[in-house]
Design a protein around this ligand. Structure first.
Ligand SMILES: [Mg+2]
Length: 356
């Protein structure tokens, strides 16, 4: 496919409410929407600034300006060729590259006339349950939120913890009591705990009926994660410590987790995410597919990716529910399941006026 024109636009949206996790808080989101023309087709991608890859709105705009100049007029057959070309032209900047990679995948699936998950090798699975995330807040607010979201159909919740082990356990117990035993409860520490605090919380999680315990310790604390993984009664998931296939290998050889949370923004798009997932799958580490404060554009890409891989067991693709205004209509959500669009490509129709 020849990349005839590459454009991008910054889109900001307030969050429906402030979002607090152990590593920071935010009241708004920024996404840089990418548009690539090829022949008569238009592909759309999106890049989301985030603290994990240390990319900002400005660094993403600079990277996209550079990549647009470098890639314009060039042809790529497979997404691997494009990913390699981007890495050769520019080091790092995985979220910016994800924006281009997603738009390219959109183009390729449109050209093939199939929804993206089909192009990626997916079969009959066209929907997946996603969790809804509950940030760090008072116990009473968390219970209210948990009731609200389960009332809207969610069958899984991800509760953020990591600032206060004792209070966190109390809050998790209260949420469990409020939603009943059937709901899948995921716990994410976002690197906030010390090893001792994480071990104390891990001890309580089986009785609370938590399904997983995600990245409770700092990304660089491989030994702590190993100790915790051995001691924890619920599977420990690595998130912020896995950006590259090499990171996934370190987790595997160091026994630092039992599963990995994949995010298109961390790895550099679908192509690189699939390379990380290949390491995970070969090491018997099942994957979650998660997101940053992303628009529905890249969340849809994450869903297509998740549907196409048998190794992906969990989806945490909820960010677009929390945006005051998005660049495209939301994905279909019913009975706790997120549905892949049926149109060829990504299946997300971005507001025309954005690039008008
Ligand atoms: Mg996480």
């Amino acid at each position: 496919m020849r990349l005839d024109a590459i454009a991008y636009r910054v889109h900001e949206s307030p969050r429906t409410e402030p979002f607090v996790i152990a590593s920071g808080s935010s009241t708004s989101t920024t996404n840089v929407i990418v548009r690539i023309e090829s022949g008569g087709l238009v592909g759309t991608g999106s890049a989301c600034p985030n603290s994990v890859t240390k990319e900002t709105r400005d660094s993403i705009v600079r990277a996209l300006a550079f990549l647009a100049r470098d890639l314009r007029g060039r042809s790529f057959g497979k997404s691997l060729e494009l990913a390699d070309a981007m890495d050769k032209a520019l080091a790092g900047n995985p979220a910016a590259k994800a924006g281009v990679d997603i738009a390219f995948h959109d183009l390729r699936a449109q050209e093939a006339g199939v929804p993206l998950y089909r192009l990626l090798g997916g079969g009959s699975r066209d929907r997946m349950p996603t969790d809804m995330t509950i940030g760090i807040m008072s116990l009473e607010s968390a219970v209210t939120k948990a009731r609200y979201w389960t009332g809207r159909g969610f069958r899984a919740l991800k509760v953020k913890v990591g600032l206060d082990a004792v209070g966190d356990v109390r809050r998790l117990r209260a949420v469990r009591e409020a939603v009943g035993p059937a709901l899948e409860l995921r716990v994410d520490g976002n690197q906030g705990y010390s090893l001792n605090a994480a071990l104390a919380v891990a001890k309580e999680l089986p009785a609370i009926g938590a399904a997983v315990f995600e990245q409770p310790l700092p990304a660089e604390d491989l030994n702590g994660m190993k100790v915790l993984t051995e001691a924890s009664g619920v599977p420990v998931i690595a998130d912020e410590m896995v950006l590259t296939p090499q990171d996934a290998m370190r987790v595997r050889w160091g026994s630092c987790a039992r599963a990995v949370n994949l995010k298109l923004m961390k790895h550099g798009g679908l192509q690189r995410a699939s390379e990380v997932n290949t390491v995970c799958e070969s090491a018997a580490l099942p994957a979650m597919v998660g997101c940053m404060g992303e628009s529905v554009v890249s969340v849809a890409a994450g869903l297509h990716f998740a549907l196409a891989s048998g190794n992906v067991r969990w989806a945490d693709l909820d960010s677009f529910f929390m945006l005051e205004r998005d660049v495209a209509p939301p994905l279909r959500f019913e009975g706790g399941d997120l549905f892949a669009p049926t149109a060829p490509g990504l299946g997300v129709r971005v507001d025309e006026s954005l690039f008008g």
